[in-house]
Design a protein around this ligand. Structure first.
Ligand SMILES: [Zn+2]
Length: 330
């Protein structure tokens, strides 16, 4: 059988080794950037814990594995509602379930995705379970960073910190497992920054790349526009926070590329399909301006995680975007 997970071998091996030698950690926290594979690893480990097939586990074919894959295993619960916060009632419900023995398998497994979104009450309630985990229970939490969780939660978990995969590995996987065209795979792998989940989504959802073109085009044309247009654009973009966050991440990648070229670096750029446009912009701005834009985009993205006013943050950012004369090609 091919490995169920691409990359992150050390993390998967660590979890499976614990299982093989009979030392399963009752609580694991998997941290890493969005769409990097945290929930995938959690699901595969949930399969492995209850797999009844032949080694190496998970076999992916036994009744138990198939139930986990289809989301119908009575002893495996995955709470993965993107963007929604975990409430205390849900934690109490889980705790009632966890106090019972598993229905049909060895372990009761609960996967709580994006645990940073849990309310403070919910996190505190879960702490009780982490302090005195019932036998035969395994909890797996995922989060973008350990720093944003209660230290008391983190200290009771085995923490696995996932890093982005090498771009070449993402590219190969897109071609060999998802049948992507090599040129497109190269672009998506670079744009993904090593997050395979993102690259696969972009491959399957053409809108994602269309939105990228739109946001890059907007950025270029705003540079030749004045204050009024920039403020109007900030107001419009702020009405859709998810889209605004996507645009900011994209613009950061773009300005990093401009900075690389402006500084004469030979490190490959991310936006491989936009070489001409990148070179043009790198000539139109100073090194200092490129540095400032990268720094400002980074701090804007960080501030948004702290719930600052989105519209105001976008206004400040776009007003400091360097101005160029005339239309620059888009
Ligand atoms: Zn199995």
């Amino acid at each position: 059988m091919e490995r169920p997970i691409i990359g992150h071998e050390w993390a998967v091996d660590l979890l499976l080794k614990g299982l093989t030698i009979g030392r399963v950690s009752h609580a694991t926290l998997i941290v890493g950037p969005p769409n990097i594979g945290k929930a995938t690893i959690a699901r595969v480990f949930a399969q492995a814990l209850n797999c009844t097939g032949e080694a190496p586990v998970p076999c992916g074919e036994c009744v138990s594995c198939r139930k986990v894959i289809s989301g119908n295993h009575p002893d495996v619960r995955v709470l993965d509602a993107p963007g929604q916060s975990l409430k205390i009632d849900e934690v109490r419900g889980l705790q009632r379930e966890l106090s019972l023995s598993p229905h049909e398998s060895r372990w009761r497994v609960v996967v709580l995705c994006e645990f940073e979104r849990a309310t403070a009450e919910a996190a505190n309630a879960l702490l009780k379970t982490l302090e005195e985990p019932p036998a035969q229970v395994v909890l797996i939490l995922t989060a973008t960073e350990a720093d944003v969780l209660l230290p008391t939660i983190v200290s009771r978990c085995q923490v696995l910190s996932l890093r982005p995969l090498p771009v070449t590995l993402v590219k190969e996987a897109l071609v060999s497992r998802w049948g992507a065209d090599p040129v497109q795979a190269e672009l998506l792998a670079r744009l993904s920054g090593g997050r395979l989940g993102w690259a696969v989504r972009a491959l399957e959802d053409e809108e994602l790349l269309a939105r990228r073109d739109e946001h890059l085009g907007d950025l270029a044309s705003l540079m030749s526009k004045g204050r009024v247009d920039r403020l109007a654009y900030a107001a419009g973009l702020s009405r859709d926070p998810e889209s605004a966050k996507g645009a900011l991440a994209l613009w950061l990648g773009w300005w990093r590329d401009v900075l690389l070229l402006a500084s004469g670096s030979r490190v490959p750029v991310t936006n491989v399909d936009q070489g001409a446009m990148l070179h043009q912009q790198a000539e139109q701005v100073t090194l200092r301006q490129a540095q400032r834009m990268v720094a400002q985009l980074q701090s804007t993205i960080r501030n948004l995680d702290q719930n600052v006013n989105l519209r105001l943050a976008l206004e400040v950012l776009l007003l400091s975007l360097p101005s160029v004369d005339g239309n620059i090609g888009r």
